[in-house]
Design a protein around this ligand. Structure first.
Ligand SMILES: [Fe+2]
Ligand SMILES: [Fe+2]
Length: 470
């Protein structure tokens, strides 16, 4: 079961060949996807050989194959983690019942919505990142960008398979619309706000993969608990690919920080910008932006939808099965952040209503780990990066539009607006400086001056490998 069938037009481990109707439907969606990739995928290098990994099985070890491919010829396919025999539902009203192999009629609309919203983010990020290939700091980084991009394309395939296989005509229409909405499009934008902003430079890309792909990790992890077994199995395998995206962000920022430290020690100053580096203050502003925008993706602190999804068994919590409670939460309560009397405070609400917040908490804790790692690199400068207060720069939930500083204090709205622009979010000068650093480096093993080389290459290869062939 876990071996992927590559003998067909669409590689898969779901026995596509035995369902001719479904196979034909997906084969007619495939050219639309490739057309989308060529038009809205990376703006260059589509005719170059790139050292990429391709999934060949869903086993824990050795699931991927590494080799040179042309991106438009990448073997995008449908891979589900192996089924767990007699899998049971681990939370909600249906706790203990067998997991569903088909979509129950009463949950059809909500499940389709969950799949569509997840599916929409995947191609959106490819669209947001399409210009970056023109300014990669090295061939190693260029290859990592493309790896992330082709896998986001595959994640779209994962959701489109579910739509075609389990949601009938509505599902097929939704699958087409996933290619018709575009990031930043005036008339037909992507569903979630953060996915309509372009990723203008590599510093933004690294923060995006660290913070926004990590939102993806937590969404997938909660869908992996779903009572709807095909969705759970799809998400489980997607998480494997997702880990590399966050690795790119985490190590990418770590390498920028390392170079900042090097330049600061060499020139005996914190202001490394004149020497072609990114100062810690600029890094902090980019971090504050990307973290706050990603927090919004989890939704409001309390949500009836989230409560309903949980009770129905559609979407669980992060690591649901390992949690030490009754997994129904009917009587449980918890504190959620709130704004009261001019300061950030909290209030008690039913735990079921607060599941967005519970997922956001787990996300924030995960984000903090990388910041600690970066700070260890930054230590020689006596500087430190930190996650801003969860109320900072929010557009969703209790703190939306509130004048909350990165340290959590509530300020005067006019002063706040000015400090946002001049101190707390990337300034015009930051943007201009970062843009000026974005010069492409295409010599194997060479790095742009603002970033340190990686510790190791990809899949045991040397850093000097021509990861993208001339
Ligand atoms: Fe993804
Ligand atoms: Fe991702």
């Amino acid at each position: 079961m876990s071996t992927v069938d590559y003998g067909t037009r669409i590689p898969n481990n779901v026995g596509l060949g035995s369902d001719r109707r479904l196979q034909r439907a997906l084969e007619s969606w495939q050219p639309k996807f490739v057309e989308w990739w060529k038009t809205l995928g990376p703006v260059a290098f589509q005719d170059r050989e790139v050292y990429l990994r391709t999934a060949i099985s869903v086993e824990k070890e050795g699931w991927a194959n590494f080799g040179y491919v042309l991106m438009p010829e990448y073997r995008w396919g449908v891979f589900l983690a192996d089924p767990v025999p007699d899998r049971r539902i681990v939370f909600g009203d249906h706790l203990g019942e067998p997991a569903w192999q088909e979509v129950p009629g009463e949950h059809r609309a909500e499940l389709r919505r969950l799949v569509v919203v997840q599916g929409d983010t995947e191609p959106a990020s490819v669209e947001q990142q399409r210009q970056l290939c023109l300014s990669a700091p090295s061939l190693y980084d260029l290859r990592n960008l493309f790896q992330v991009n082709v896998e986001e394309g595959r994640h779209l395939w994962a959701m489109v398979y579910l739509l075609h296989r389990y949601f009938g005509r509505d599902g097929r229409e939704e699958a087409d619309e996933l290619l018709e909405r575009h990031s930043g499009d005036q008339d037909s934008p992507r569903i979630l706000g953060a996915f309509n902003e372009p990723t203008p430079d590599w510093l933004s890309f690294f923060f995006f993969t660290y913070f926004t792909d990590r939102d993806g990790k937590f969404q997938l992890a909660s869908l992996k608990e779903s009572a709807f077994d095909p969705l759970a199995r799809t998400c489980e395998f997607m998480l494997k690919e997702e880990a590399h995206h966050m690795f790119v962000g985490s190590t990418g920022i770590g390498r920028v920080v390392a170079r900042t430290v090097e330049l600061a020690l060499e020139h005996d100053t914190d202001d490394v910008a004149p020497y072609g580096g990114v100062s810690a203050a600029t890094l902090q502003r980019y971090l504050d932006l990307h973290f706050s925008v990603s927090l919004d993706l989890f939704g409001a602190e309390t949500s009836t939808n989230a409560a309903n999804y949980f009770a129905a068994g559609l979407k669980g919590r992060f690591h649901e099965a390992e949690r030490d409670d009754d997994h129904r939460l009917l009587d449980a309560t918890r504190e959620v952040p709130a704004l009261g009397e001019g300061r950030a405070t909290s209030r008690e609400v039913p735990a079921l209503a607060a599941l967005n917040e519970t997922l956001r908490d787990d996300y924030v804790a995960d984000c903090a780990k990388g910041v600690e790692r970066w700070n260890r690199i930054l230590a020689p400068l006596g500087a430190e990066l930190r996650l801003p207060h969860v109320g900072f720069n929010r557009r969703v939930g209790a703190f939306a539009g509130q004048p909350i500083a990165p340290d959590g204090t509530v300020g005067d709205p006019t002063v706040h607006a000015r400090r946002l622009e001049e101190e707390w979010l990337p300034t015009a000068a930051d943007r201009a400086h970062v843009a000026s650093l974005m010069v492409p480096v295409h010599e194997p093993g060479k790095m742009a001056g603002w970033i340190a080389p990686p510790g190791t290459g990809i899949h045991g290869q040397p850093v000097e490998l021509a990861y993208v062939r001339p």
